[in-house]
Design a protein around this ligand. Structure first.
Ligand code: ZN
Length: 262
């Protein structure tokens, strides 16, 4: 019997939250059927760490970028270094980047400039872009207007159907995190049910946003299973079939293939 091949498309496994037990976390992910992980950087140091960890861990890949909340702290040289890192063979995506009107650690102009820079880099290297959107639906529409984007809206949280439809038309895949499982997330589950199956992804965004029943604890890639189970229930689809679909989508957008648990 083959176990379903889960994929965590957004894991910050380089985060210090995992320093004490990272190998055990990876082992638990494998035991839970997680066949592949995308390790996502959020500044220069974590982008470099994502590549190093991907190099050392089978069936993991890296994404490099500077998070909108870190963009104000990043020097021009940091952006240049990220662009250099992006050429490493382990790198399968640019990000995470995006727009954040919730925390606003970074002035809006600076966020927009950094986001446009990531979109251009992704275009140039023919890589998908991983996009963080916190209460920035309108800004994101404006920033991507008139272009086709091969990208992922990570940790999707908008309840706006029209925004969803527009971003699907722009070319985006839609990734759901543990927030999908929260008791008060019925509006988000209704949105998830509208996403075409060939655009669906799942992720943990660990160490943040652990799904039920782990909510409030440190999140880890093994828990992507809970989010996938929730999504299967939302779609009235057998779990194995949903996992197969998501696996196919992840292989397509990130151009990855994995040997583990095949
Ligand atoms: Zn993230």
């Amino acid at each position: 019997m083959t176990s379903p091949r889960l994929v965590d498309t957004h894991a910050h496994l380089m985060d210090p939250a995992f320093d004490a037990d990272r190998p055990a976390v990876v082992t638990r992910a494998r035991a839970a059927g997680v066949a592949a992980m995308i390790l996502v950087g959020y500044d220069l140091a974590t982008s470099r760490a994502a590549i190093d960890l991907a190099r050392a861990t089978p069936d993991t890949w890296a994404a490099v970028g500077i998070h909108p909340n870190s963009a104000a702290d990043a020097a021009d040289a940091d952006f240049e270094a990220v662009a250099e890192l992006a050429r490493a063979p382990e790198v399968v995506a640019i990000g995470e980047t995006g727009l954040d009107n919730y925390r606003r650690f970074t002035p809006t102009d600076c966020q927009r400039k950094a986001f446009a820079w990531h979109l251009d880099l992704a275009d140039r290297l023919d890589l998908p872009v991983i996009v963080h959107n916190r209460q920035a639906d309108a800004d994101l529409r404006a920033a991507t207007a008139g272009r086709t984007v091969r990208g992922i809206l990570h940790c999707f949280s908008s309840h706006d159907v029209e925004f969803l439809d527009h971003m699907l038309d722009t070319g985006f895949y839609v990734s759901f995190a543990g927030t999908l499982t929260f008791k008060n997330a019925q509006p988000l589950r209704e949105i998830a049910a509208r996403v075409p199956r060939d655009r669906l992804l799942v992720e943990t965004d660990c160490p943040y946003l652990a799904p039920e029943p782990y909510r409030g604890r440190r999140n880890e890639p093994a828990y992507v299973r809970e989010t996938a189970q929730c999504l299967a229930a939302v779609l009235h689809t057998p779990f194995e079939s949903l996992v197969d679909t998501v696996w196919g989508n992840a292989s397509t957008i990130f151009r990855i293939s994995a040997e583990v648990a095949a």
